[in-house]
Design a protein around this ligand. Sequence first.
Ligand SMILES: Cc1cc2nc3c(=O)[nH]c(=O)nc-3n(C[C@H](O)[C@H](O)[C@H](O)COP(=O)(O)OP(=O)(O)OC[C@H]3O[C@@H](n4cnc5c(N)ncnc54)[C@H](O)[C@@H]3O)c2cc1C
Length: 393
Amino acid sequence: MINFPPTRAAGLDRLSRFTPRMGRTYAAGRNSDPGPGKRHAVSELSPYVRHRLVTEQELLQAAIAAHGVEAAEKFVAEVFWRTYWKGWLEMRSGIYDRYALGLNAAMNAMAHDRSLARRVERACEGRSGIEGFDDWAVELVETGYLHNHARMWFASIWIFTLRLPWELGADFFFRHLLDGDPASNTLSWRWVAGLHTKGKTYLARRDNIRDHTYGRFNPEGLSGVAVALEEPAPPAATPIAPVPTPDRRAATGLLLHGDDVAGVGLGIGVDISAVAGLIIDDGRSAMVQDWTAAALGDGVTEMGRRLGLSGSCLGMGDVLAWARAHGLTQVLVPEAPVGPVRTALGRLSVELGGAGVKLLPLRRPYDALCWPYAGKGFFAFKEKIPTLLTQVI
Ligand SMILES: Cc1cc2nc3c(=O)[nH]c(=O)nc-3n(C[C@H](O)[C@H](O)[C@H](O)COP(=O)(O)OP(=O)(O)OC[C@H]3O[C@@H](n4cnc5c(N)ncnc54)[C@H](O)[C@@H]3O)c2cc1C
């Protein structure tokens, strides 16, 4: 069974053990899922990257140094999928709001439709009767991880065979995946449903599942068609706004959070006199929230050691008192992309602002460089990868 110790040291150890397989082994084997404990062709690094215990840049650097640009091409492209989804959602945050509204509507529908509620419950508890699908539902809840191809099959069966609202499936993933990510998760579900690339869906096929699970699963009764879901046209992309420059003379604190638990390579550029981590309740499962809190604890301790400070983790209601106790007039946070952490930081900014303390986001140079290229489809973004690599490795 997979085990993800929530520390940067464990993430770096997994990175160095997987680096020899980031080249042709990854390209040849990444699409097949031999099952928990047997996956040697994928990295299982996503919980670390998602919370930035290990950064995208560190993955890219390791891959290119060990294999060169050509042999590492597939791995590099997959890491950039993550970056692409982030940048795309940054420019169209309305799509995330639309997802949240859709989820709310689907939950209301469940409250009034007992048959729908029962079907959703059976799917989430691995009792749909569909081989493979039921195993992945259980694996997700127990381990917090699913192979990429299993995620695609699961989402496709959820939408096109079980005909359940896609937002409820995305929410099930988001609550239970240790790497649950507002951009990668929401937009991947939209992609399967035919909403991201309008009209282009992903259909899970029995023979494909059988072949790529080495015969572990051979599900019957899957839908043979995947008719794209429809929605009003998505909002046009809006350029990513610049972030304000911190005041170098202000008494400054650093507040890490679940989207960036360790601040590795953040480039702070201001003297920091206090460090802490912000724990928010984002509605995810207890296992995921505990994991994130432990990872944040590790990140804060390590950052404190580097700055010669001692830090701790705080709830939303404790931040103002922490800022006052340290005489802070400015609190820097690693920029949180679109999602629950950004929403929480927005509320915190208003509260601190009312007490004369500014909350300012620090944008990572990697995000600042890459996100603006994500306005269109992935293939337009992919063409920029060689140029981006010259600046990030
Ligand atoms: C329906 C669906 C939901 C998903 N939800 C999430 C999610 O909530 N969080 C998340 O991080 N990923 C999500 N993904 C993308 C992908 O499945 C995971 O990133 C990947 O499986 C993580 O496993 P790994 O670390 O072993 O990946 P590897 O194959 O080893 O890839 C290395 C790294 O590249 C990135 N990556 C690889 N494939 C993708 C991809 N298709 N999209 C984005 N980044 C990728 C990840 O950061 C990953 O850690 C989803 C995909 C689908 C189809």
